[in-house]
Design a protein around this ligand. Structure first.
Ligand code: G3P
Length: 250
């Protein structure tokens, strides 16, 4: 009953021209109708991408947003700006932003509220670092991130959020979590959502796995009952592999 969502996170890759060429190549492939397909691109490429995906099932997302609608925040981009450009999704609290740009659960929460308030679908990232994993703290860490990140939202709002469980040790390392381990954490996240916001929100919220997802392993995650797709970095950069990922999620 939950539509799987495959989102590519290009991170700091691709010029505007490269982004346009990517979509032209992706349009040549068969994208299934029952998978929500999203490309989260650098800000500069977003307006061009929105134009290029017209008439396709591909949605466009940003990789970050500021929590305020406007003001003296040099270098920042707001929710109304993204909306006006035709952007529909935004990644919030990716571990790279938490690590390199001092994002906290508090800023994540403010950004999630701003995104939802302005009509963007937030893709809220949570996940433990290796040390936390090895000391058996994974569930404690993700529970805290989910609780703080979604703090103060209504159950209806939570139902429209996408959560991405990305264990930090699996990002860009080629060491993907096993599908069984990812399912265990993701079903725990769903239970956390149920405890905080009720069964209905928990049944509707979509939870992706992210971390070294490839065309070769995507089907193992999709086969799990609680995993509703993937947030994909490296394998989303080539139209062939991204298209294969989306097809395998159908
Ligand atoms: O947001 C997606 C990401 O962090 C995972 O990256 O390259 O391991 O698929 P990658």
């Amino acid at each position: 009953m939950r539509t799987p969502v495959i989102a590519g996170n290009w991170k700091m890759h691709k010029t505007v021209d490269e982004a346009i060429r990517f979509v032209a190549a992706l349009r040549e492939t068969e994208l299934p109708g029952n998978v929500e397909t999203v490309i989260c691109a650098p800000f500069l490429a977003l307006p061009a991408l929105v134009g290029e995906v017209q008439g396709t099932r591909i949605g466009v997302g940003a990789q970050n947003v500021h929590e305020k609608n406007e003001g003296a925040y040099t270098g920042e981009i707001s929710v109304p700006m993204l909306r006006a450009a035709g952007v529909k999704y935004v990644i919030i609290g990716h571990s790279e932003r938490r690590t390199y740009f001092a994002e906290t659960d508090e800023t994540v929460n403010q950004k999630v509220k701003a995104a939802l308030g302005g009509g963007l679908v937030p893709i809220v990232c949570v996940g433990e670092v290796l040390e936390e994993r090895e000391s058996g703290k994974t569930k404690e860490v993700v529970q805290h991130q989910v609780k703080q990140g979604l703090n103060g939202l209504s159950p209806e709002a939570v139902a429209g959020v996408i959560i991405a469980y990305e264990p930090v040790w699996a990002i860009g390392t080629g060491k993907a979590s096993t599908a069984e381990d990812a399912e265990e954490v993701i079903s725990f996240i769903r239970k956390t959502v149920a405890d905080l916001f009720g069964q209905q929100a928990a049944g509707q919220v979509r939870i992706q796995y992210g971390g070294s997802v490839k065309p070769e392993n995507i089907s193992t995650y999709i086969a799990q009952p609680n995993i509703d797709g993937a947030l994909v970095g490296g394998a989303s950069l080539q139209p062939e592999s991204f298209s294969k990922l989306v097809q395998a999620a159908a």
